[in-house]
Design a protein around this ligand. Structure first.
Ligand SMILES: [Zn+2]
Length: 320
């Protein structure tokens, strides 16, 4: 019944409220718009632990026949459309998680570093942190899932590579550190630049703690090896008071494509078949354990429940 563009709706909202029987204006802003402006964070409780999802912008990835093994561009567009997203490009959002646990502020992943990765619409994490009341200076621990640029660039200043969290403990998966610090010649060409940046930074920092395999890395947070997306890619299980949240990082890329179709293989997966196996294993575990799940590239709200849905899975966001 509202045959009116979103722009008109936004511009007209101030005067339109009376027509809806409201006593004061409300923002008539579509979900996508709201995400890029007013609501750049969400807060959740996992038992006694507070979890805050922090939006770091979006990469509007151009369509590319080589992006997904298992789906062509037409199928990709259809899946985006079916999820109510634009099909003009693939919208890949970034979402860092902050955790208040045992009196310490922890970040899981560090974001795009003000858009050092992820294109011109990435890099609003600092603003989202301010809006959510998360003080970057109070961060005691940064837990890294894997070393792709959209997850580690927030650790280092653009150009100088100076540490952004020199006083925090930085916890990285040992397998990930090992892979990226091997001889650069053994690393595929497109990833050599990133490997060089990693080799010039992380191994030289005194506050980096490489953790091997499954281990508790902060109060109530366990590292869960989830290899495949990268050789050391690691998920994190947050547990408190009988509740669990499995932070799956990049076990999948965006939900509309890869949660629904877990066998589709994004070009970002280093070991694609292992990545498929890992995402199914993680989701099946979450279903069996009645754990909530979160994904780094799922957009807000990115915390919720997962269920089997045909050959794939369906994500239902939690209400905060
Ligand atoms: Zn990523």
């Amino acid at each position: 019944m509202f045959e009116i563009s979103r722009r008109d709706l936004v511009l007209g909202a101030a005067g339109a409220y009376a027509a809806f029987g409201l006593s004061k204006p409300i923002a008539f802003i579509g979900a996508a718009e709201a995400q890029s402006s007013a609501q750049n964070f969400r807060k959740y409780k996992v038992g006694d632990i507070e979890v805050i999802s922090l939006y770091d912008g979006v990469w509007e990835k151009a369509h590319d026949e080589n992006f997904i093994k298992g789906a062509n561009v037409e199928q990709t567009k259809a899946a985006l459309k079916a999820a109510g997203l634009t099909d003009a490009h693939v919208p890949v959002p970034f979402t860092v998680i902050a955790v208040n646990t045992g009196g310490r502020l922890v970040l899981i992943d560090s974001g795009t570093g003000g858009g050092q990765a992820g294109g011109p619409k990435a890099g609003i994490l600092a603003e989202s942190m301010v809006a959510a009341g998360v003080d970057a200076k109070a961060v005691k621990t940064v837990i890294i899932s894997h070393f792709h640029g959209d997850h580690i660039s927030g650790l280092m200043a653009k150009d100088t590579n100076a540490q952004m969290f020199p006083d925090a403990e930085i916890i990285v998966p040992a397998a990930e550190l090992k892979w990226w610090t091997q001889s650069v010649d053994a690393i595929p060409k497109p990833r050599q630049g990133l490997a060089q940046r990693i080799q010039a930074t992380l191994p030289t920092w005194k506050n980096v703690n490489a953790v091997d395999g499954e281990a508790e890395v902060a109060p109530g947070i366990r590292a869960i090896p989830a290899y495949g997306h990268t050789q050391g890619h690691t998920a994190h299980l947050i547990s408190s008071g009988g509740r669990q949240l499995l932070v799956t990082a990049d076990a999948t890329n965006i939900q509309a494509l890869f949660v629904k179709n877990p066998e589709w293989q994004a070009a970002f997966d280093h070991v694609p078949d292992q990545a498929v196996e890992t995402r199914k294993k993680l989701f099946d575990r979450a279903i069996a354990d009645k754990a909530m799940v979160a994904g780094y590239h799922w957009g807000l709200p990115n915390v919720g429940t997962i269920a089997k849905d045909g050959n794939g899975y369906a994500f239902t966001p939690a209400t905060t």
